[in-house]
Design a protein around this ligand. Structure first.
Ligand code: SF4
Ligand code: SF4
Length: 446
């Protein structure tokens, strides 16, 4: 490798690392805009959930075929990238297959494993593209789901295509490198690794090439592979593929409450308990400062809901299970998460443009991104929470927005108001007085 290539490589690596670090910092800052919430209790239980759901892909395995295909991409991505470490060191120091002399016979074994995984990843990416564009899996189609417009489709297609190209570059790079090694070309011959498991079958593609053309292709494949991976690393921070990283903390900080238990408002609960005489007021306690009820914008949501938004894979499993969506209502839990992330992204850009401070843009998550019609269609059935492969809770955001609409703006549908009034007066959603509640039993005895 020439010194010019080394310098170019170091510049590319430093630039991408700086851009990624800048982007990560901005994402962290926007997540921290959320309200505090303690999710550090029961660390062992949390670790176990993370290992099962994120590492073990437990929820993906409800559909074995798709689950295994996703697992191949995930394992392939994690393991093949060990090779990236060697490529980066080769790029910096101008070496060729730096680890080969140190690892001995283990080295070809490792590359063989990477190559088999590369074929697996390549095949699965092709199948996933076919599922989107040929068999047209329902939950990805924009005709049925308006949130799956141009950008989400392009995002998924770009990543799948890039992964296919990266795997092709990896395999053909190994094949052209093998031929150069066989010819004893200086720089390549220093690593005596022999042929590799898959790329040996690609060698006939290159055996008739003259050495100069072969070196040009080998360099092209090497640069394409590493620049593609660096670009992938940066692109991921702007895309739904951020879940590759965030799935782990997001599952660790999962909601540990029993399913169906909603977050109430402790201060209001206390007020009610005092009013009913089931709790005693502490005379030394300072009166609670009650802020806004529910959420109008992302600032009113907890940091975990904001992390949920960045962790969403846009898979649509929540929407496919949502009874409101299935019956044609405007609500889509996937859209709730995508809208929340869009709002966070707009706020992040706003902060960048104003030296790190958010300047009011006269927009709010509720109304400008998510409509009242959407949140009011939710039955709170929890199907979306149950289905999500990375333990996201779209219902929590819906409930907070709805709580704001009802409690701050007193704008609930008329039928709900009647129900609220019954709960208040009759201690049940029905219009009967509590004293009449067992009248039906009298009639049974007659
Ligand atoms: S809780 Fe609401 S959003 Fe979630 S699946 Fe049920 S109806 Fe849909
Ligand atoms: S919330 Fe979960 S289930 Fe719904 S689209 Fe996002 S990742 Fe998929």
């Amino acid at each position: 490798m020439t010194i010019i290539q080394q310098i170019l490589f170091i510049i590319a690596l430093a630039t991408v690392s700086w851009l990624i670090a800048k982007r990560v910092k901005l994402i962290q800052r926007t997540i921290r805009l959320g309200k505090p919430e303690n999710r550090t209790d029961h660390p062992q239980e949390r670790l176990s959930i993370m290992l099962r759901v994120a590492f073990g892909q437990k929820k993906m395995m409800t559909n074995w075929t798709v689950g295994i295909m996703h697992f191949i991409i995930y394992v392939g991505f994690l393991i093949i990238n060990i090779e990236v470490l060697e490529i980066i060191l080769d790029g910096i120091f101008g070496t060729h297959r730096l680890f080969a002399p140190y690892l001995g016979a283990v080295y070809p074994f490792l590359i063989n494993v990477f190559e088999v995984l590369a074929v697996g990843v390549l095949t699965v990416c092709v199948v996933f593209l076919c599922r989107r564009y040929l068999t047209r899996v329902g939950r990805f189609q924009p005709e049925r789901h308006r949130e799956m417009g141009r950008w989400p489709r392009l995002d998924a297609t770009l990543i799948l295509t890039l992964e296919i190209l990266l795997m092709i570059a990896f395999l053909t790079w190994n094949a052209s490198d093998s031929v150069l090694r066989e010819r004893g070309v200086e720089h390549y011959a220093q690593a005596s690794t022999g042929d590799f498991f898959v790329s040996q079958f690609l060698k006939p593609l290159f055996t008739n090439w003259d050495t100069t053309a072969l070196i040009v292709y080998e360099r092209f494949a090497w640069w394409f592979h590493i620049l593609g991976i660096l670009a992938f690393g940066l692109y991921v921070t702007y895309s739904k593929h951020l879940h590759i990283v965030l799935a782990f903390p997001n599952t660790y900080f999962s909601d540990l409450k029993p399913k169906g238990e909603m977050n109430n408002m402790p201060d209001i609960t206390k007020e009610v308990q005092l009013a009913l005489g089931v709790a005693q007021a502490d005379p030394n306690e300072a009166p609670a400062e009650i802020g806004r009820f529910g959420a109008k914008d992302v600032f009113d949501l907890s940091w975990k809901s904001l992390m949920d938004a960045y962790s969403c894979t846009e898979c649509g499993r929540c929407t496919a299970a949502c009874p409101a969506n299935i019956t044609g209502k405007k609500l889509s839990p996937r859209k709730i998460m995508m809208d929340t992330r869009d709002r966070l992204e707009d706020i992040g850009r706003n902060m960048q443009a104003h030296n790190g401070t958010f300047e009011d843009d006269n927009k709010t998550l509720l109304n400008d991104y998510i409509l009242v019609e959407e949140i009011n269609a939710c039955t709170t059935c929890q199907a979306c929470v149950q289905e999500c492969p990375v333990n996201i809770n779209p219902l929590e955001i819906i409930l907070q927005l709805r709580r704001y609409k009802v409690m701050e703006e007193a704008q609930a549908p008329a039928a709900w108001n009647a129900m609220f009034s019954n709960v208040e007066n009759n201690m049940a959603p029905w219009k009967f007085s509590p004293g009449d509640r067992f009248n039906w039993a009298d009639q049974v005895n007659q």
